[in-house]
Design a protein around this ligand. Structure first.
Ligand SMILES: C[S@@+](CC[C@H](N)C(=O)[O-])C[C@H]1O[C@@H](n2cnc3c(N)ncnc32)[C@H](O)[C@@H]1O
Length: 285
């Protein structure tokens, strides 16, 4: 049997391997229209090798061969590449800052449109619905929650999450400044909890790819956390452009504590509202 390459962690990427990965990503783009060519290289490389090892293949090119011929293999690699880790009230300080600094301003806006870009299975959007409800803003809000991965969008629409996650989510909710008992928002259905339907009445879940799709509305708030960390600088710039175009004057951009606008050319068009949680307000030009 052909020898596997060295595990990725211990091996510098050779020129040949880099070429193979570029050909794989190009093949995926040309055959399936899915564009991972400007994702962070080392993260994509790790995920590709994870799949190669699970499938007991020997090289990137052997994976390319399978991916092009077998849509099911593409599905698997797509799941590997779209990292769907999320939580309710993830990084509670973000929601705390949003409640303190952004919600009071939104009280003055007659209809609020919020876009969660890269919402995964929906926990972030349900958290926002709870926050808006407690601030008396939910009825006049529309939350657009999008992700490139249709499978996570289908899950998000169900509004059901594992019961064993609730303890952690309750702590997050309390730390975020939540005002009620968290358990009031859901009912337990066997090993899962189902969030109250009133929370999702104002949420529209839809598939949208930040790389290949365009803007679809004008928003008062755009939240895009833990998504652009997987993109290279060039793609980050393109997505920042899309967000800038999609934000209303004086609209808010929430990036979370792992990202920043400071190294992009859009920096000059935003005022920083919270320096830790990277919440910005678009300046009126
Ligand atoms: C780590 S999750 C973050 C979820 C949530 N925003 C949070 O912070 O908990 C990243 C999500 O971004 C999505 N994503 C990655 N690339 C995307 C793209 N080009 N367009 C839209 N969504 C994308 C993935 O499918 C995944 O669900």
């Amino acid at each position: 049997m052909e020898q596997l390459y060295q595990p990725v962690e211990t091996n510098e990427c050779s020129k040949l391997e880099k070429l193979e990965i570029e050909l794989l990503l190009e093949g995926i783009y040309r055959h399936y229209g899915l564009d991972f060519r400007n994702y962070n290289f080392s993260s994509v490389r790790r995920r590709i090798w994870h799949r190669i090892q699970l499938e007991k293949l020997t090289s990137v090119t052997s994976l390319l061969d399978r991916v092009l011929r077998e849509p099911q293999m593409m599905d698997k690699l797509f799941s590997d590449l779209s990292i769907n880790v999320t939580e309710m009230f993830r990084d509670p300080d973000f929601f705390k800052a949003f409640r303190m600094r952004v919600a009071p301003v939104l009280k003055e806006v007659p209809i609020i449109r919020i876009w969660h870009a890269g919402c995964s299975t929906g926990e972030e959007a349900y958290s926002m619905a709870i926050l808006l409800h407690e601030e008396g803003l939910l009825k006049k809000a529309k939350i657009y929650a999008t992700d490139m991965n249709e499978r996570v969008i289908m899950k998000a629409k169900l509004g059901r999450f594992p019961l064993n996650k609730m303890q952690g989510y309750t702590s997050n909710y309390v730390a975020s400044g939540g005002k009620q008992a968290f358990s009031e928002y859901y009912k337990v259905v066997s090993e899962e909890v189902e969030f109250h339907p009133f929370l999702r009445e104002n949420i529209i879940f839809a598939q949208h790819n930040l790389v290949t799709d365009s803007s679809f509305n004008e928003f008062h708030v755009i939240i895009c956390r833990n998504v652009m960390i997987y993109f290279d600088r060039d793609l980050q710039d393109r997505v920042h452009h899309l967000m800038f175009e999609s934000l209303a004057p004086s609209g808010f951009l929430g990036l979370g504590n792992r990202e920043s606008i400071s190294y992009t050319k859009f920096n000059q068009f935003y005022q920083e509202i919270d320096s830790n949680e990277k919440i910005y307000q678009k300046m009126k030009l």
